[in-house]
Design a protein around this ligand. Structure first.
Ligand SMILES: Cc1cc2ncn([C@H]3O[C@H](COP(=O)(O)O)[C@@H](O)[C@H]3O)c2cc1C
Ligand SMILES: O=C(O)c1cccnc1
Length: 357
């Protein structure tokens, strides 16, 4: 498939099932909508899966990884090699995402879509799946030139789409999440959001891995310069991704397109994943109806980005890690929501008297 076919074949969620789910919610033995956001989530699950018995047991988090040329501008507290080292940790099952995914019965699929890591000569196998689908060996420094070519931007989106589509089909997945790994990637994420939301980088960028005041000022300046030099067109998200983005951010957008294409829910993680969501949304806003925002990240502009997408974050835990951690944690709540609409009895079934008002 090419990207145009993917974008045009995404269907809206099912309004009939949405209404049926709302009806069922109002009949459950509780005061009207008394479990609040759990009711909202369960109804949207029904509309997405076209069922009043939504399934959330076959779960997977896709951790998309890439490197960033802009790291040479001193925008991260950590060196580039950490991207490769963390990929190894993910495959070995020892990182935070692995621990949280194990607790939640979610598979972890790690995908290299654009790192400089040489995993060909250094065997990479472990308890978790690793997929190598490199578009390039890292993006370019966007203060000097565009981060990537337009065809590479499209390829990164399509890599994410193809990996996720294949795994959704192979494992019959019914709930997926996005995650990221790429030292420096809060910088392109902030650049993408600044352009698309038309905000100054100082309103969007945060401290990522924990940079000091001086580096933070520099990071904002780097983003401003990148935007000034490349002049991305905010109405063309592929142009934005190519000029100031990153390969894993494109791939994350692709994972989201795959979820909508296969009609399953996708949980968006923090700041980087939400930058990917902005790209997917720009390609086809219908994709947002398949998204759940896992949590509200500590990173500055995350709230504005979620508002742009019309998403209400499920958790607020002061997290700023990425990897898919906030998204996988939110799967607990999504699972609970599915159980409420499926398993709580109705007034009629239970013989409980209804409200008099
Ligand atoms: C050990 C380690 C594990 C991580 N896991 C996720 N990130 C997170 O931090 C990075 C983004 O922050 P910045 O833009 O400041 O580099 C990404 O790799 C993100 O996934 C990590 C970062 C480190 C250091
Ligand atoms: O919210 C995130 O995803 C995030 C924030 C800071 C660093 N890494 C990831």
């Amino acid at each position: 498939m090419d990207i145009k076919d993917v974008i045009s074949s995404i269907e809206p969620v099912d309004e009939v099932f949405f209404d049926k789910a709302k009806q069922r919610t109002s009949n459950l033995i509780m005061p009207f909508r008394a479990v609040g956001m759990l009711n909202d989530i369960s109804e949207r699950l029904c509309a997405i899966q076209r069922s009043l018995k939504p399934e959330t047991d076959k779960r997977c988090v896709f951790v998309m990884a890439s490197d960033h040329g802009v790291v040479e501008e001193g925008v991260s507290a950590f060196p580039r090699v950490v991207t490769c080292e963390m990929i190894r940790a993910f495959v070995d099952g020892i990182a935070t995402i692995n621990v949280l995914a194990r607790q939640n019965n979610a598979r972890v699929v790690v995908c290299d879509v654009g790192t400089k890591c040489d995993f060909e000569s250094r065997q990479l196998s472990g308890e978790n799946e690793f997929v190598s689908k490199k578009v390039s060996l890292g993006s370019k420094n966007f203060t000097k030139t565009a981060a990537m070519r337009k065809d590479e931007a499209i390829l990164s989106i399509m890599s994410g789409f193809e990996i996720a589509k294949e795994k959704i089909e192979e494992y019959n997945l019914n709930l997926i999440a996005t995650g990221d790994m790429g030292i420096g990637n809060t910088t392109p994420s902030a650049a993408i959001a600044s352009v698309i939301l038309n905000r100054d980088p100082s309103e969007i960028a945060g401290r990522g891995t924990g940079i000091d005041d001086r580096s933070y000022k520099n990071k904002i300046d780097v983003i401003r310069r990148g935007i000034q030099l490349n002049k991305p067109n905010r109405n063309d998200v592929i142009d934005v991704l190519a000029k100031v983005g990153g390969f894993e951010i494109g791939a994350i957008a692709g994972v989201m397109l795959a979820a909508a294409f296969k009609k399953i829910p996708v949980v968006v993680d923090g700041f980087i994943s939400t930058a990917g969501a902005l790209i997917a949304y720009g390609l086809n806003p219908t994709v947002a109806d398949y998204m759940f925002a896992g949590h509200l990240s500590e990173e500055n502009g995350h709230k504005l980005m979620l508002e742009h997408l019309g998403l209400n974050p499920i958790l607020r835990l002061n997290m700023r890690l990425g990897e898919g951690t906030g998204a996988v944690l939110a799967m607990h709540i999504i699972d609970a929501s599915a159980r409420v609409i499926k398993e709580v009895a109705t007034f009629e079934e239970a013989g409980v008297s209804e409200s008099e008002k």
